[in-house]
Design a protein around this ligand. Structure first.
Ligand code: NI
Length: 231
């Protein structure tokens, strides 16, 4: 019996290692290794982990922990903001950094286009960029950056501890990468757009390859469901 368990756990380990290697090889230019792994893993285990949706209770991790919740950050004007400042509003939240060469600008552009498609309904949604590079992304740097994407996009930064705390609540992966041939460092980071409901919990996650049309339709669907549920 023990031996069977040992062999099956070895097989599982080999399977996970294999998926990791497969993710490494097939990783697209827009994906981080972490994202590629999550999506290949989801593919193998038959769960759509990357685009889940939830009602008023919010999305939960397999451990039963809700994504989202309280935070304290600093906006691009230097003012301290918390989740209470956004109570009752829908949010589209993206975690990234202003030095990002390609993925962040693409995703922020997608988010802005989704808002444009939503039109008047989009007025109820506040788009947020939360930096995972607080060292370089000061309020002034964010104030300069966010209007390039959308007039209502707000940039949020904070101390490294505040950023780590909000990233934990949203299960955001980020890590500093220093390549020898580069003078500036980069940030490796997961790249999902989060739809947060009026109660501050994550309702949906949007993968990087989703189109503005798909995101707008999903946001509209969640808003309509919330109206029906009276939440
Ligand atoms: Ni980026």
């Amino acid at each position: 019996m023990l031996r069977v368990i040992r062999i099956s756990s070895l097989l599982l380990l080999a399977l996970v290692a294999g998926i990791w290697a497969y993710a490494w090889v097939t990783k697209g230019p827009q994906e981080t290794l972490g994202e590629a792994f999550a999506s290949r893993l989801a593919g193998v285990f038959g769960q759509d982990m990357a685009v889940p949706s939830a009602g008023g209770g919010g999305l939960q991790t397999p451990g039963g922990i809700s994504l989202g919740g309280p935070f304290e950050l600093v906006d691009q004007s230097g003012k301290t903001v918390t989740e209470r400042d956004y109570a009752g509003r829908w949010l589209l939240v993206y975690f990234g950094f202003t030095y990002c060469p390609d993925v962040c600008p693409t995703e922020l552009g997608t988010m802005a286009s989704a808002l444009d498609i939503l039109g008047a309904a989009g007025e109820a949604v506040t788009p947020l960029l939360v930096t995972i590079d607080p060292q370089r992304d000061t309020p002034a740097a964010l104030a300069d950056y966010v209007p390039r994407f959308h007039p209502r996009l707000q940039g949020l930064t904070g101390t490294p501890e505040q950023i780590a705390a909000v990233a934990r609540r949203y299960r955001v992966y980020y890590a500093r990468v220093q390549r020898p041939e580069m003078t500036d460092y980069l940030m490796d980071h997961s790249s999902f757009i989060y739809l947060v409901g009026p109660e501050g919990r994550v309702r949906s996650l949007f993968r990087p390859e989703m189109t503005p049309e798909q995101i707008a339709a999903a946001v509209e669907g969640q808003m309509r469901a919330a109206l029906r549920a009276g939440s």
